[in-house]
Unconditional design. Sequence first.
Length: 447
Amino acid sequence: MTVEPEGQAFWCEHAWLGQGPVPRVRVAVRDARIAAVETGVDPAPGDERLPGLVLPGFANAHSHAFHRALRGRTHDRGGTFWTWRDRMYAVAARLDPDSYLALARAAYAEMSLAGVTVVGEFHYLHHGPGGTPYADPNEMGRALVQAAADAGVRLTLLDTCYLAGGLTAAGHTPLDEVQTRFSDGDAAHWAARVDRLEDSDTLRIGAAIHSVRAVPAAQLPQVASATAGRALHVHVSEQPQENEVCEAFYGRTPAALLADHGVLGPSTTAVHATHLTLPDIALLGGSGTTVCACPSTEADLADGVGPFRALRDAGSPLSVGSDQHVMSDLLAEARLVEAHERLTSGKRGRFRPAALVDALTAQGHACLGWPDAGRIAPGQRADLVAVRLDTPRTAGAAPEQVVLVATAADIDTVLVDGVPVVAGGVHRLGDVGALLRGAIEPFWSMR
């Protein structure tokens, strides 16, 4: 085929089409979309050659960008999720729009090096110290939008409703000093602020309920109705304590409480979903609620292993996220989903490679509001990730199994809407390590 002058074409040694790799594939791109896909062809003059296996762009379905500042800084004291959270709050207390921009830009660039083309940012750091809104009440969110644009990734801003300090058997507790930065007071004020944000070609405005701990049940229906038709995410049953206090106060598990108030459904993603009852699994699966696994975080915080195969069997699509950025490597996150299933079931192949690729790509994009991305097919956004097959980790691997051996270090090229963001393993912003050091070290020098 002849590519029109305004178009471009990429020739792939192997490309993931449908459920597996196909050799000698030519992908024509025009106006940021895939115009045509040819198989079994040789490269034409002028084609750009992409090495190894070309996958659709990866979707990081759950990110807290500012948590990147905690990597390698929380392993000296032991403890639990709750003690880790104290140190996370200490970082949150120091952030302002400028430092948030610098940290998120570097974190998103690191994700891009790992093949991420779309990120879902679970954003709850809204206001200034003491909860005082900035002149633009969405200034912190706009810093994230700018950070994603600078790093070359598309963004789904999951603007998060956060209203209470926590939950005990006696009820919801007041916000503490740091948490006041997260809150708009009630769901109506939260919705009014979010309504001032608008989608663009590289941005989707979604929403999130932080958790049943942070949003009282009476406020849940308003959040759900205000976000109809948009991606809605929620932390669900991340720790046993969350379940215990929810059942003690509401007489329901978190999943049941969310179902009672109209939160679950095909537009909703339950993040973590680690400690579920069998009825919870049936509720999530039966409603078509997507589940986002973040296994490196769940392991790092000693949270547990989620029943992801059971959830998929019940009807929940699966996506993956890097959450607190223990590592920025979605290939490794997908591999851990299978590894954890092997450890708990005593069986291999609980998630076949094609299912893991689907979680990395199509399902992740769908749950973030990008149904036109995540597959290499005509009409889809031209997001392509070339994974080398000749590195010390991937050499000798069958292309169809490379998702179970490759890491972020094996990614050579990343295209977002047909635009090169990573080439030869180098990000367009240059030295991402230096960006990360410059953004992170000031937080720890202020201690």
